[in-house]
Write a protein that binds this ligand. Structure first.
Ligand SMILES: [Zn+2]
Length: 472
């Protein structure tokens, strides 16, 4: 079943009066309908024809220009004597004027441009929120991921065959996409964009969750996430090892392409004034495709892991890892160079490659939807604490292997299995007392460390005035 923005899919849409009929009525109506926010994102492969593709590409660059100009304007307004913080409402008025002056800006539907400004509002709000990890909004490069936001009332969806549907975009008309799963909710917004492998549309969908879900039956588990062993679940005998994201052949090809890119870049600099040749562009595209494939495989594995855990366990305990802090560079400063910089950067790559933060985020919403519970426990010393006798001793981890041998009671086990049990024990001993993060209710906010002032100041001073000048 597919639901157009028309209220086929549910009482939620009818309740809040945000069916297609009322959505087109006017701004006031939409505002009221905002109570029904998108709570799920569904992503589909889109097949625009040649003309549509060209126009979408042009629009995505226009969106980037709107973002960069609006950001530069906000920075300028704040640094000026007036010290004002501009918001989307004010900038939307200027946008209307600018659209009269520039044909290319006029081509982008006004709703999309306004949506970009609202996204900038959100970026600012996240930056000011001490519980949110976001830094200061960044200018977007030409090579940045392309995306065009479209508000929900501007699009329609219809199904044309079992697997093919069409989405109606303003000014462009019907665009085909592959309906790989049902859209079971009310579409609130959409973003159409492309990565290395092609065009996609992501619908923000409001799904009505009426029934209180029953708690999954399985036993409580602790989950230890690592680099050597991807994931160790406490009630399983072996680690769940994520296979390599690229086959050996693909890895070799990626290395070759990267060498080719370096060579072509050097040539372009020496002979072409830095202008990219068509061959270089093709190489960059091929590298992007391989990276996109890698990202998909990682996302696929993570989703399968978290869905499986959330389906089968009522209580899941994880370490409260500060991924951002852990990945802080070891480089240090010029006066005080850090130690083991290369090793640390390699470790950082490993941490980023695993996507722990994303796994945690998925576990949070998946356990919540299924009526389960996610508990994040302090991570300190989980790998050194014996689950048998509770003695914490770094010497229990002799050598660099994965073996845990307790110095207190002589208990030996796979180190990550032991850590998973320790995590579970900590969660069970703190459960119900508060002070720990509950999946869902407390959410990520309660456990993220509010960043210190130093970090924030640093991130704010990251945009020098020269960047603004080049963006304008
Ligand atoms: Zn012990």
């Amino acid at each position: 079943m597919i639901s157009t923005p028309a209220p086929t899919a549910g009482s939620a849409a009818d309740d809040a009066g945000c069916s297609r009929g009322s959505a087109v009525v006017g701004q006031g109506q939409t505002r009221r309908g905002d109570r029904v926010r998108a709570n799920t994102a569904l992503r589909f492969r889109v097949y625009p024809d040649r003309g549509q593709e060209e126009r979408l590409t042009a629009w995505s660059h226009t969106c980037r220009a709107v973002w960069n100009t609006a950001l530069a304007q906000r920075i300028w307004a704040y640094k000026s004597a007036r010290r004002v913080t501009l918001r989307a409402v004010a900038q939307c008025k200027e946008l209307t004027e600018a659209r009269r002056a520039h044909e290319w800006l006029k081509d982008l539907p006004a709703q999309c441009a306004q949506q970009v400004l609202r996204q900038l509002d959100t970026a600012y709000d996240n930056f000011w929120n001490p519980n949110h990890p976001a830094g200061f909004p960044q200018f977007k490069k030409k090579s940045h991921r392309q995306g065009i936001p479209v508000p929900g009332q501007a699009i329609q969806v219809r199904q044309v065959s079992r697997r093919i549907a069409q989405v109606h975009l303003p000014k462009i008309g019907w665009v085909r996409f592959r309906l790989s799963r049902p859209i079971d909710g009310t579409i609130r917004n959409a973003t159409i964009g492309r990565d290395g492998l092609g065009w996609h549309i992501a619908f923000g969908v409001h799904r009505f969750e009426s029934v209180v879900p029953s708690v999954p039956p399985g036993p409580p588990v602790g989950v230890d996430m690592g680099i050597a062993c991807s994931v160790f679940v406490s009630d399983e005998a072996a680690a769940r090892q994520r296979p390599d994201l690229l086959t050996p052949g693909e890895q070799a090809r990626l290395r070759g392409l990267e060498r080719r890119r370096a060579r072509q870049l050097a040539y372009a600099k020496r002979h072409n004034g830095g202008r990219h040749s068509n061959r270089l562009r093709r190489t960059i595209g091929q590298i992007a495709a391989l990276n996109a494939r890698q990202a998909r495989r990682r996302a696929d594995w993570n989703h399968k892991l978290t869905t499986d855990l959330a389906n089968n366990h009522g209580l899941i305990a994880v370490e409260d890892l500060k991924v951002r802090d852990m990945m802080r560079s070891a480089a240090g400063t010029v006066e005080q160079p850090g130690r083991n910089v290369r090793q640390k950067s390699g470790l950082n790559r490993g941490i980023a490659d695993q996507g722990w933060g994303e796994v945690r985020r998925q576990l949070e919403y998946k356990t919540r939807r299924r009526g389960g519970e996610l508990i994040a426990v302090p991570a300190a010393g989980t790998s050194q604490t014996c689950r048998n006798c509770g003695v914490r001793d770094p010497r229990s981890r002799q050598g660099c292997g994965r073996l845990f041998a307790c110095t207190g009671c002589g208990h030996t086990e796979h180190a990550d299995h032991n850590a998973a049990h320790t995590i579970l024990d900590r969660a069970l001993s703190t459960a119900g007392r508060g002070g720990v993060c509950r999946g869902g209710s407390g959410g990520p906010q309660s456990t993220r460390s509010p960043r210190g002032r130093g970090t924030r100041r640093g991130s704010r001073s990251r945009e020098p005035s020269s960047t603004i000048a080049t963006a304008l």
